[in-house]
Design a protein around this ligand. Structure first.
Ligand SMILES: C[S@@+](CC[C@H](N)C(=O)[O-])C[C@H]1O[C@@H](n2cnc3c(N)ncnc32)[C@H](O)[C@@H]1O
Length: 224
């Protein structure tokens, strides 16, 4: 836990400086670009690089994931925030039709039941109004046997660290200005939504400007 706090203190000033100097969308883009260049690209590639077929990405932000999809992926990406979406649309337009970015809310997906082979959720469940609602929608639009790929940070399982994250969450919400809660644990909600969890990779990275959150890369599927 001390190492995570030291990492936060070391990188916080640069992140806050970037946040002040740029619009919200510019900041998110720049932050992701830097984090990816420092090593986070490997995580994004692991999340989506092997996917093929029809894919829905919920909460694509400024489209930071788009470059990591493989040639056989066909992606519909939704994003509710206009300023983020503008950048995502511009990036999608450079993919020769592989990716379409559009306005949409994960709480109420504008797609019919069973329309996708895979749903991708990356760093989104921390900021949605209802984790269970978004996961229920993801479950609904997936075909039977379809996959869910999720990358999320979670509340620490340590008694002290978990408590500190609970106590510090209101302050964290004020600092991050993105509605990001750092004390959620969406894994239980996945099973409650009906997904079968195939693989969970737990990790924590100290090599990028991204906070050293406890992370989970999850591969799950909707039973046939
Ligand atoms: C930290 S950003 C992550 C963006 C992107 N997925 C990435 O990996 O860079 C969180 C994203 O979740 C989106 N979000 C929040 N509530 C949402 C909802 N109800 N439906 C869909 N996206 C949502 C935000 O607008 C934002 O783009």
């Amino acid at each position: 836990m001390l190492k995570a706090i030291a990492h936060f203190v070391r990188n916080g000033p640069e992140v806050l400086r970037m946040q002040k100097q740029h619009s919200r969308a510019e900041f998110l883009d720049l932050f992701n670009e830097k984090a990816d260049a420092q090593g986070y690209a490997d995580v994004r590639r692991e999340l989506v690089g092997d996917l093929a077929g029809s894919i829905l990405e919920i909460g694509c932000g400024t489209g930071s994931m788009f470059r990591y999809y493989g040639e056989r992926a066909r992606v519909d990406a939704i994003e509710p925030e206009e300023d983020f979406l503008e950048r995502a649309v511009a990036k999608a337009q450079r993919t020769s039709g592989k990716i379409h970015a559009m306005a949409g809310d994960g709480m109420n997906l504008p797609f019919s039941n069973g329309s996708f082979d895979t749903v991708v959720i990356c760093l989104v469940l921390c900021s949605v109004a209802s984790t269970s609602r978004v996961l229920a929608e993801a479950f609904r639009v997936l075909r039977g046997g379809g996959q869910l790929r999720a990358l999320e940070h979670v509340r620490s399982g340590g008694a002290v660290a978990g408590l500190l994250m609970d106590l510090g969450n209101p302050l964290w919400l004020r600092i991050n200005k993105q509605g990001c809660n750092w004390n959620r644990d969406p894994l239980a909600a996945l099973s409650e939504a009906g997904f079968w969890v195939d693989d969970v990779r737990a990790f924590q990275r100290f090599d990028t400007m991204m906070p050293a959150f406890p992370m989970r890369l999850v591969k799950a599927h909707k039973p046939r």
